[in-house]
Design a protein around this ligand. Sequence first.
Ligand code: ZN
Length: 507
Amino acid sequence: MTPQRAVLLLRISYRKPEDDDEEQLDEAMRRRREFSKGIGRQEEDGRALADRLGWRIVKVIPEDDTSAFKRRKIKLPDGSTALRTVRPGFRAALDGLASGEYDGLIADDLDRVARDPRDLEDLIDVVESRRPRIPVESVTGSLRLANDADITMARIMCAVANKSSRDTARRVTRKHEELAAEGKPPGGGYRGYGFTAAGHEPIEEEAKILREIAARILGDWDGWTPEQRTRIDPDVGESLNSIAADLERRKVPTVTGAPWRDRSVRSVVTKPSVAGLREYRGEIVGKAVWEPIVPQERWEQVRARLAGRNRAVDLTLKRWLTGVLRCSHCGHRLMGWQGNRGQARYWCAKPHGGCGKIAVKAVFAEDEVQRQVLELLGHPDVLRRLRTVADTEVTDEARAELAADEEQLKVMAGMFARREISFNEYREGRTIIQQRIRESRALLTSRAPRALRRLLDAEDVAAGWESLAPADRREVVLSLVPGYDVLPHDRSAGNRFDPGRLVPIEA
Ligand SMILES: [Zn+2]
C-alpha cells in the first residue's frame, strides 16, 4: 500500500533569545535564517524520498524546537491525556495519521521525530493502530517502523539519542532555590545503618564501618595486613563476600541482628543517605540536611564500582551475553550454560539462585543481539553520538546536569510539600527528571568504554566487532543498552526463534 496522502514532518532546532540582549537577538536572527534554510533543505530531501518511493505528499508540517523540554497536558490520539513535550506540529501529524487524514509519514531523521522516547511510543501506537501498519520513512533511513525488529531498533536508537543529546537548557532560578525546603529526614521508626531513627544523627561506630566498607570496595583501606594488601587489586577492591565474612568474624552488629551477607554490605553502603542525599520512594530527591558519612564523590565511586563489577573483565568468558540477558520471570541475569545435549544456552540458572524457567539457545540470542549492534553501529549518526559519549567533556556535562536535576527534584518536592503542585504533577515531573538522572548516572557510572572506543576507532566496525573477545563484546553491548529481558518461548511457534523475545531493558 503506497501512501497517497502522506505528511512530511520537518523539524529543526534553534533557540530563542533568553532576553532582550542585543547580541542574542542577532544570534536569534542568524538562527532564524538557518532555520528557514534548514527547513528548505529538509523539504527537498523529503520530497525526493517521496518521489523515489512513489508516495504523494499532501501536507508539509514544519516545526521548530524551541520548547523541547517544556511539557504540558495534551490529548493523545486515543482520547486520553498525558504530559508531553509541547510539539504542536508533531501532534498534528499524529492526529492526522490516527484519523486517517494522512496515510504515511516522512521525516528527516529519527531524532527529529522522536527525541523523546515518549514521542516515539505515541508514534508507534498510531502506526500499529492500523493493519497493515502505517508506513513511516525517513531521509536518513534511521526511522522505519515496518516490523517488530524496526521498532526495537528505533527504540534503542531513540534511547541512545536521548542519552547523548540531553538538553542543557535547564536552569533552576533563585526563586526556586529559595522555595526548596526539603531534605529533612524521613519519618517513621525505621532506621538505616549508620543513623539514629530520630533526627538522622550519625552513629559513630556504624559510620566508621560504612567508611571502612567504602574503602575496602575502593581498594584503599588501611586496615588490611601487608599480606592481604598484596592480594588486593586496588582497581577492583575486596569482594562483598569477603567483607561480609570479616564483619561477621569481628562480630560487628547489623541493625536487625541478622548476619552480614554480601547483599547487606552492598545495601548499607549504597544507600543515598550515606552520602548525605535525601531519598524519596527509592529515588534521590536532593541533598539532605544531615552530613554525609561518606563524601558524595567517593560514594558515587563505590556505586560505580559495584555496578561495574558485574562486567569486570573476565578473560575466561565464552558466552558474551552472560549478564546482559535478564529473566522476565524472576529478574535474575541469565548465564551461559552448557546443556547436557551439547547445546549452549543462556539459562536463569537454578544452582545460582535463578528460577530455572527461562532459557534461550545461545546462538539465537547472540545472533540477534549482534545483528542489532551492527545495525546500530552502521548508522553514521549513532556512531557520531557514541563518539561524543566516549568523550570526557560529556562526563563533566553529565555531572553538572546531574547536580542541576537533583536540585530540581528537591525544588519540586518542596513545591509538592507546600501544595503548589498536585501529586500527579509532582510524580510526572519527577519521572521526567529521574529519567534524565538515570541517564546521567549511567553515563557517569559506566566504566570507560574501552572496547567500545576501540571499536569506534576501527575503520570497519563489523570487522572490528568480529575480532572482539567475548568480554569486550559484552562491554560494548552494555554500553549501548542496559540489557534485555528474555520472554518465555512460545511453544506454538515451534523451534523457530522469535527475536521479539529479547526486549531491551529501559535505562
Ligand atoms: Zn528466572
